[in-house]
Design a binder for this molecule. Structure first.
Ligand code: CP
Ligand code: NVA
Length: 301
């Protein structure tokens, strides 16, 4: 059974097929295969979501299936019953179990006991569905991504880690600049390099963005880190993507953000709302990419 707990659960050929199908099925005259006809997908969210929940529900519906959104208090991971018991219960009615969890280990525990694909809808260490949409967006924008340079500015957290792997799998160069103490873990850098990726790490944003085809920002304070917010605002003060930083990238560079975004914190309003921003394509592509991912996990579409 193939899961997608992190994007490198898939190999480069599979990622390529998913991206191709995502592009194909978004054409007005194309229809996605009804691989979920008569079937359900469980979607458990321990944290809030606008894009992930809605895009995944629509992906399931347009594959002919029934999405079941489940709030954390309903299943009560390890409070009402064990994570394993919840996972097996949900898998007995559905064909895919997808979850957004605080701890990545919760997903690993579900995957260990169920016989349906498990999809990570964001954990503390990974956001593979976002990375898939982001590569799709760059591919649409540039025609192909091979040899393009994506520079992430900010926290070496879940979104950055999945992007590093996605870049490695698709031939994009990846660079990241983070404040000391918030770098991408060495294990992540090594894992991306082992996939054949070109990964550069920097402290100074201005050193990283030179030659960038895409400059990417995420929030300074992720969900679950709210009590660190004051410290993080201070630590990341020099990591706002503003027009001066964008001017150091290639003139043709695009600005990307997974959203939710905070104008005036990690990105200046004139950048995220300006002509270089492709955030709305990224957001829209969440549906197309997760739809192709689900089809692949079910059928090898
Ligand atoms: N980018 C993303 O995952 O957005 P949501 O938190 O709104 O799902
Ligand atoms: N790093 C952010 C991403 C949100 C989509 C978080 O984990 O909250």
């Amino acid at each position: 059974m193939t899961n997608c707990l992190e994007i490198d659960d898939l190999d480069a050929v599979t990622v390529e097929r998913i991206l191709s199908n995502a592009m194909k099925w978004k054409m007005p005259d194309a229809a996605a295969p009804q691989v979920l006809a008569g079937k359900g997908v469980a979607l458990v969210f321990e944290k809030p979501s606008a894009r992930t929940r809605t895009s995944t529900e629509m992906a399931v519906a347009t594959l002919g299936g029934h999405p079941i959104y489940i709030r954390p208090e309903e299943v009560g991971f390890d409070t009402r019953e064990t994570v394993e018991d919840v996972g097996r219960t949900l898998a007995s009615y559905t064909s895919v179990v997808a979850a957004r969890t605080f701890s990545h280990d919760t997903l690993v525990r579900i995957a260990a006991v169920v016989e349906v694909p498990v999809i990570n809808l964001l954990s503390d260490v990974a956001h593979p569905c976002q990375a898939l949409a982001d590569v799709l967006t760059l591919r649409e924008h540039y025609g192909s991504v091979e040899g393009r340079r994506l520079v992430f500015v900010g926290d070496g957290n879940n979104v950055a880690a999945s992007l590093a792997y996605a870049c490695a799998l698709t031939g994009l160069e990846f660079a990241i600049s983070s404040p000391v103490g918030y770098e991408l873990p060495e294990l992540v850098v090594d894992r991306a390099r082992n996939l054949g990726g070109s990964i550069e790490t920097y402290i100074e944003p201005s050193d990283a963005v030179e030659g960038a085809d895409a400059v990417y920002a995420d929030v300074f304070t992720s969900m679950g880190q709210e009590e660190q917010r004051a410290q993080r605002i201070e630590s990341f003060a020099r990591y706002q993507v503003d027009s001066a930083l964008m001017a150091m990238a290639k003139p043709s560079a695009v600005f990307m953000h997974c959203m939710p975004a905070h104008r005036g914190e990690e990105v200046a309003a004139d950048v995220i709302d300006g002509p270089q921003s492709i955030i709305w394509s990224q957001a829209a592509n969440r549906m197309d990419s997760v739809r192709a991912l689900i089809a692949e996990l079910l059928e090898g579409a």
